[in-house]
Design a binder for this molecule. Sequence first.
Ligand code: MN
Length: 238
Amino acid sequence: MEYVFPPTPVVAVPIAESPDAASTREGFPVRRIYCVGRNYAAHAREMGHDPDREPPFFFCKPADAVVYVAPGQTGEFPYPPRSSDVHHEMELVVAIGRAGRDIAVDKALEHVYGYALGLDMTRRDLQAEAKKMGRPWDVAKGFDRSAPLGPIHPVSRVGQIERGAIWLAVNGVERQRSDVSQLIWSTAETIAHLSTLFTLEPGDLIFTGTPEGVAAVKRGDVMSGGVEGLGTLNVRVA
Ligand code: MN
């Protein structure tokens, strides 16, 4: 079929050759971006919630919110309009490589293609207003360029990431630090839950939640975050 205008290209994230290599050969085509809310207990508390394993809840970002940042480079996150309180949320991102629905917890990791570093950038003021008014979070979470992302590290190279430090510094000063083992809902449990709500497909990404220490950024700040074994993600607020 002819289109009335050229279709938007597929969003693709390069596959990492090694945790620190800049060179890449293949791309991971992104289908959907799912995000888990309040998945580290201390972060749930700092947002004013009791983290006592309330069922996981999800929100989405559009695939084209991804801003790919190559290892060793500093990406650019343009400060978004209509907000004066934009927060960083450093997260471990799961890349789905195999379709499934109603996936059992003990089979869930078989659906993981790899892992990446991601930032779930958030217009916290608009999110607070949405919460107060009982409105959706889309404008707070799914805005343009709200998902800076490093390359995808295949499980075949880095293994399953079930523990290891996760951290974020801004201008060299640490703000967030925890361990992936502190996730309230593990990656396997998250995949199992999510797959009861949506059929997961290859190309789906899952932002697994952020540790405590979320805070505002301003123009000129440089965010540097990582997860043990996955290198570092560097992004400047422009
Ligand atoms: Mn988040």
